[in-house]
Structure formats: C-alpha cells, structure tokens
Design a protein around this ligand. Structure first.
Ligand SMILES: Cc1cc2nc3c(=O)[nH]c(=O)nc-3n(C[C@H](O)[C@H](O)[C@H](O)COP(=O)(O)OP(=O)(O)OC[C@H]3O[C@@H](n4cnc5c(N)ncnc54)[C@H](O)[C@@H]3O)c2cc1C
Length: 462
C-alpha cells in the first residue's frame, strides 16, 4: 500500500521530498536548546502549487505537517514529531514592491534582513527587527508575531501585516486583505494568522506595510550602577516627550558574558546597560539625543556615550545581538523566557527575578526590550544535572506566575510552541482555550497542522 511519502514523491518535482537520515536530523530542531524531534520526511516547497499538493496528501493520509521557516524559533514551534517537516525557506522571492503604496508582497521564506536591505535600497523601511533577522524568515516572523528592539516606536510584525495567502489542510487557498492600509470588511483573517504558529494553515504570501526610511539615526549607551535608575530612565525619556526607536536593557550577568565576546571595555560596578536610539529628521535626532544624554547623566548613569560613527554603533549592536548566544559561556544550555509586562511593573519584576534566582538557586541573566516591557530572563543550566533541571523548571513556573501577577503575560514575541504550552493556562483563561480549540477545528478539522503546539486539543480544566 502506498504511503504518504510515495504520494508526495509522485506529486512533487524530483528532489523535493527528502528522507535520508541526515535530513531527518537536520530538520528536527529549532533555535532553542531543549527540544528536538524528527520528521518522517522533509518537503522542500518552491511554489504554492506544491504546498497545495502537500497539504492535500497530508489531509488524505492524516499525516501531521510541521511548517518551518529558518527554524530560528525559540519555543519549539517548528519542531516535528514524525510526519512532514514543510520547509518554506526555498520560497524566497520578493514578489512586488509597491513604492507608491508603501507595500511589499513576499513569499514566506524571504529572510527578514534581505527584505530590509531590499526596501532600504529604495529609501523605505520594514521596521520589525528580531535579533535573529539574518536567519529568520517573514513566514516565521508572521507565524510567531516576532518583535525586536524597534517595536517600542514601530510595533511588532503584527502591525505590518496587511494581507496573506495561506493554504489550509486539504489544499484550499484563502486570500485576505491586500496592499491597502484600511479595511472595515469582516473578520481580519490575516491578523488571525499572526501568532498562530503554523496551527491554522501554511502561509504562502504575505503583504506588509512599509514606512519611509528615517533619514537619521543616533545611538547612546548608558551604564547604571543602580538597577532602579536604569528602569526609571525609560519613563523619564518618554515623559520628556521623546519616543526613542530603541530602548534596550542588559543586566550585569549579561554584560559579563558579552564582555568576553565583544570586548567593550565596560567598567566594573555596572548593574545595567541601556542602549537608546532615536531616529527621524537629522536636526530632531540631534536635539533628542542631546536631551537623552542629559537625562541619563542626571538620572544616575555613571557612563553615557554617544556612538559618533557607524563602527561604534555596529559594535554596540553586535554586543546587544550577541547576548543570547554568549550566555553559553555560563552553562551549556538555557531556557529563554519572554515575559511581557506593563512598563510600570519593570522595576518590581526585575527585583522579583533576582529573588526567584536566589530562591531556586539558579542563574538568571536578564536582558530585553525594556522600553516596551518585554524582558528575557534566561535560565542557564547544565542539562546533565537533574537536580538543577528540576529547580530550573520550578523557577520557570515561578517567573510566569510573577509576570501574570504583575499584570503581564508569558510571551511578548517568541510564542508558545511546545516549550511553554504547559504554562499557557497560567495566562489564558480556560474559556479562551476552549475558543482556541474550536477555532482551530474550523481551519483544521483533522488536527494535522502543527499538532501539539501552543495548546492541547484535549480539554483540561486547570
Ligand atoms: C539568537 C536569536 C535571537 C532571537 N531574537 C528574537 C527577537 O529579537 N525577537 C523575536 O521575536 N524573536 C527572536 N528570536 C526567535 C525567532 O528568530 C523568531 O521567533 C522568528 O520569528 C522565527 O522565524 P523562523 O523563520 O526561524 O521560523 P521557524 O522557527 O522556522 O518557525 C517559527 C513558527 O512559525 C511557523 N511557520 C514558519 N513558517 C510558516 C509558514 N510559511 N506558514 C505557517 N507557519 C509557519 C512554524 O511552524 C513555527 O511555529 C531569536 C532567535 C534566536 C536564535
């Protein structure tokens, strides 16, 4: 009897279906360090017709499908458990750049940094900037609702999605929205796909809003001996009528790690590193940066430095972007949390993070997008140490409970995937989870799209 692999091989062009042992290993992981799996087959799609064929066969044979972009996700969202790893990376064409409408339509495998470079060459800007932008794809960014440093001023991927094409299980194609800004027409299916983590259907095209490229950008680094002062500077800057494009934070433990990697020459006795950027017209940027420098100096910073050339700015960004990988210097593995909080809760939450680290005897370096309230406390550990693993798991739950108590939630930009699924009921009411299940059943009645991700299909009352 023919298998789904035979059916896929017969329906798709030669070379699209991979079943060799190396491919099954290579497509079994994502950017997190805790989860992996293995598909029964990898399907490399190059055009929508191939996605339709794959999802038709998957539905007929009740085969699970695990969509995948660059697999830089940190929550196990693309990790396969048998079935088909559906790889969108080869679909990487920018289909239409409409400079008059400030819209671009792309295939899902376009790499975020490639899109940014292409639009910037025309004087335009696509603001969402996950630190993984040199790897991550637009399909993955949309499916996770990716954010990044510039979200304080410009919003996350969600704010840029204006239209989609997607293939549903069984092969039906849906189209929603388009290259226009406003719509008051029915349910917004495009937005439903943002953050859906591949559980509803497979994105094959995305239309994104662009903005004119800000003509000038300036960068300030400030170092604070007191954590409270660093957190308070956010409100001071905003209250001064300045909306920076970036307001990033790293604590002492993160600084220790990146100092080794990036050699910034940071002085001792620093509790927090704050990176601030303002963008816009050159004169306005100049005036805002001067004000920011003065506010930081008056607000307790021991060092305030402006990056006066591209090289220094790049060095600061390299340091910021290398923080996540550089935590590997502390312990072999890490669990990156992604809590999102009301801005007013930042100081008490940072203190709570320190208490949790002490209470559970774990290392918890923390960095994040302090301007928009999105913090990444990272539990670093050695997976061979069972006792430490148990403490890490308890600390992770304590962190989420604390974030919810402070009026926040468990993910600002990484999504839930497999990693945080069990903790979802701490932040999402049971009634909402019931609605999620019913909504999924409308799009995916056989339950083959990225099964087991985000929430369980079985109803459990917590
Ligand atoms: C060093 C590092 C830094 C990071 N920094 C950030 C950051 O600053 N901000 C941030 O938001 N994230 C960050 N991430 C996480 C990650 O890069 C993002 O979640 C990104 O959006 C994932 O894109 P991807 O193409 O790799 O998607 P994948 O990891 O391949 O997939 C992610 C999810 O999208 C689904 N998916 C992928 N393609 C499709 C499609 N065509 N149709 C339907 N579903 C699809 C998958 O099933 C999965 O659920 C970082 C990761 C790393 C490793």
């Amino acid at each position: 009897m023919p298998t789904f692999i035979d059916a896929l091989t017969a329906a798709l062009p030669a070379g699209r279906v991979l079943t060799d042992a190396e491919s099954l290993v290579a497509y079994g992981y994502d950017g997190g360090t805790l989860l992996d799996g293995a598909p029964a087959a990898v399907v490399q799609v190059r055009e929508e017709a191939e996605v339709i064929a794959a999802l038709r066969i998957a539905q007929e044979t009740r085969t699970p499908v695990f969509p995948r972009g660059a697999a830089s996700g940190l929550a196990g969202g693309s990790v396969p458990r048998g079935g088909i790893a559906l790889n969108f990376a080869p679909m990487r064409t920018i289909l239409e750049l409409d400079e008059d409408s400030l819209m671009v339509t792309v295939e899902p495998g376009v790499v975020t940094a490639d899109l940014q470079a292409a639009v910037e060459a025309r004087g335009l800007c696509y603001p969402p900037d996950p630190a993984s932008l040199k790897q991550s794809t637009i399909g993955g960014n949309v499916a996770t609702g990716a954010g990044g440093p510039r979200c304080l001023k410009y919003g996350t991927t969600r704010e840029y999605v204006r239209g989609i094409r997607a293939v549903l299980p069984g092969g039906a194609v849906i189209r929603d929205g388009g290259a226009y800004l406003k719509s008051a027409v029915g349910y917004n299916l495009s937005q439903l796909f943002v953050g859906s983590e591949g559980t509803l259907g497979a994105l094959t095209q995305v239309t994104l809003r662009l903005i004119p490229k800000p003509p000038a950008v300036g960068t300030v680094m400030a170092l604070f001996p007191q954590l409270e002062d660093a957190a308070a500077i956010v409100t001071r800057i905003l209250r001064a009528g300045i909306l920076p494009s970036v307001l990033e934070f790293m604590d002492k433990a993160c600084l220790h790690c990146i100092e080794h990697a990036a050699k910034l020459g940071l002085p001792a006795g620093v509790e927090a590193f704050i990176l601030i950027e303002c963008d816009g017209q050159p004169a306005a940027v100049e005036a805002e940066l001067a004000r920011v420098v003065a506010l930081c100096a008056a607000g307790g910073a021991s060092v305030v430095e402006r990056a006066t050339d591209d090289e220094t700015r790049e060095k600061l960004w390299t340091a910021r972007r290398s923080v996540s990988p550089s935590l590997g210097r502390l312990k072999p593995s890490k669990l990156g949390e992604d809590i999102s909080l009301p801005r007013r809760a930042i100081v008490p939450m940072v203190r709570r993070i320190q208490q949790i680290a002490e209470a559970y005897d774990v290392l918890l370096p923390t960095f994040g997008h302090i301007g928009d309230g999105n913090l990444h406390p990272n539990l670093v550990f050695d997976p061979r140490d069972a006792a430490e693993m148990a403490r890490v798991s308890q600390a992770a739950e304590a962190l989420i409970r604390a974030a919810v108590e402070h009026g926040g939630t468990l993910s600002g930009e990484h999504g839930i995937g497999l990693l945080k699924k069990d903790l979802l009921p701490l932040a999402v009411p049971a009634e909402n989870l019931d609605l999620y299940r019913r909504l999924k059943a409308v799009f995916d009645p056989a339950g083959i799209m990225n099964p087991g991700k985000v929430f369980s299909l079985a109803v459990t009352r917590d």
